[in-house]
Design a protein around this ligand. Structure first.
Ligand code: NAP
Length: 475
């Protein structure tokens, strides 16, 4: 019977959990098959799609966000449905979902931060960068976070692209921010910010920095911020110099740009210093529990495994006074109830995208994963495309081999009725298009790309109001 699946009479029914780039690239590849008819139902716990493109990519990086145009074209295809504001694992369990689909794809990304286990890390004023990012991007779960921007100096731990985003947002002027789609409350808070100095701290050297060349160059283009590095910290040691000889052009360029900041004599109202070869060992605070400073150990580079240079602590320490700390040392995936999870890597147990049992490593029939929850939080948005293609190729191979689930209720209407029963307020793609239009209209009035809705209540009310104004549009 399964041999007929993938035909007009019996389309392959796929649920994709998560509507970020990973989920959309998987949907795109599934829906563009010529000889297999596929129907995709995409779920997101938020009413709004696009995952980290909306809630992670920096608000001043609108060009990167324009990738959503490609996702919009996927959503326009007849086999595609969006169910926003439906949380799999809460509103609907994975076991329940299996009744409706031949295949399920987990594309839930990395929803939390990697832990930094040092004394004082939980003091007030010490935050995960992921929370700050979600806050300034208007993620409903983070809009009520509070950051003490009355501090003069902030320290960002880590030197990846997220750390650069955080530093850049902290160093941007109100005028620079006002042109973006940053959440309005964040714009207002940052307009009052007293932060005048940001220090980024990398545990290894300049040649091992995780940020990329365009991002580090952009820091030097900020209107009111001068970027500095310590000349001795960006002078290459013999191991790094040898490694850089073999590195690609973009790494060489990244190092060159960073080293170029060594001679910076510009004086601007704000200062951003990038430090290298330092690891925080402890934060301390005042009697109210507010962070006031940080102790760091100087590292030296040593040859590690797989040709990677590692950071070894020396006996030299230094201290930095600060009341605001952001740890930006990477994202981490969270488990989905009922799905095998690899705790040590923070990913779903899988082999090239096929979910496998944690003990036996045998494939879990009909279950797949893609994106950061499959491979860990690395790469740029486009990296998720080949990743999704790999997963979808295995899905199609398994379908041909009859290795799919046999759902009791494969009719699209059955799935919709069940979803509606569990979440009567779910958001369709058309509902999202209404929110999108309203956000862009509000933005246009202010010369901004959009003004985001940042609470579920606002989104529900906006949909209701729009439906009342155009009664022909189904709510
Ligand atoms: P990331 O690129 O993995 O960088 C993490 C940083 O944290 C590295 O500098 C790492 O140093 C450091 N780190 C890790 N553990 C540490 C520890 N225990 N103590 C001190 N430092 C530690 O992660 P990310 O910045 O969160 O970015 C995630 C992904 O999104 C990346 O692929 C990034 O390129 C991408 N992204 C891209 C853009 C863009 O294209 N504009 C923007 C944002 C994010 P080591 O190298 O020594 O481990």
């Amino acid at each position: 019977m399964s041999s007929q699946i993938g035909t007009v009479a019996q389309p392959l029914r796929v649920a994709i959990i998560g509507s970020g780039p990973a989920g959309f690239y998987a949907a795109e590849h599934l829906l563009k098959q010529h000889d297999v008819v596929v129907q995709v139902d995409m779920f997101d716990r938020l009413p709004t799609p696009f995952g980290l493109v909306r809630a992670g990519v920096a608000p001043d990086h609108q060009k990167i966000k324009s990738v959503t145009r490609a996702f919009e074209r996927v959503a326009e295809q007849p086999g595609f449905r969006f169910f926003g504001y439906v949380e799999i694992g809460k509103d609907i369990s994975v076991a329940e979902l299996r009744q409706f689909y031949h295949q399920i794809v987990y594309a839930t990304g990395a929803q939390t931060d990697r832990a930094l286990d040092i004394p004082g890390i939980d003091l007030a004023g010490s935050h995960a960068a992921t929370e700050f990012v979600a806050w300034y991007n208007g993620h409903p779960d983070y809009r009520d976070c509070e950051f003490d921007l009355s501090q003069e100096r902030a320290v960002v731990i880590g030197i990846g692209n997220v750390a650069v985003d955080v530093a850049r947002i902290l160093c941007s002027t109100p005028e620079e921010l006002a042109k973006t789609d940053i959440a309005t409350y964040a714009l207002e808070a940052l307009q009052q910010s007293k932060v005048r100095e940001v220090v980024m701290v990398g545990r290894r050297g300049v040649a091992q920095a995780a940020y990329s060349a365009p991002e580090i160059k952009e820091l030097g283009e900020l209107a009111e911020t001068a970027v500095y590095v310590h000349p001795d910290e960006v002078t290459l040691d013999p191991l790094s110099a040898a490694a850089l000889e073999e590195a690609d052009r973009s790494t060489k360029r990244m190092v060159e740009i960073t080293q170029g900041y060594a001679g910076n004599t510009t004086d601007k109202p704000r200062k951003l210093t990038i430090r290298f070869l330092l690891s925080p060992t402890e934060l301390w605070g005042d009697e109210s529990g507010q962070v006031t400073g940080m102790r760091l150990v100087r590292n030296e580079l040593v040859a590690g495994r797989n040709g990677r240079l590692g950071a070894n602590p020396t006996d030299q320490f230094e201290e930095i006074e600060t009341g605001l700390v952001f740890r930006s040392i990477g994202y981490r995936g969270v488990p989905m109830p009922g799905v095998p999870f690899r705790e040590d890597w923070g990913v779903i147990w899988n082999e090239h995208g096929r979910v496998v049992d944690a003990e036996t490593h045998q494939p879990v029939i009909g279950e797949y994963t893609t994106g950061w929850i499959k491979r860990g939080p690395s790469g740029i948005i486009g990296t998720n495309k080949p990743d999704a293609v790999e997963t979808v190729s295995l899905m199609l191979e398994d379908m041909q081999a009859g290795q799919i689930q046999q759902p009791d209720c494969p009719e699209p209407a059955d799935a919709e009725a069940f979803i509606r029963q569990r979440q009567p307020n779910y958001f369709s793609y058309q509902d999202w298009q209404t929110l999108d239009r309203l956000e862009q209209e509000a933005g246009a009035a202010l010369g901004r790309p959009r003004v985001k809705f940042t609470t579920i209540e606002e989104m529900l009310a906006a949909r209701e109001e729009a439906a009342a104004q155009s009664p022909l549009t189904p709510a």
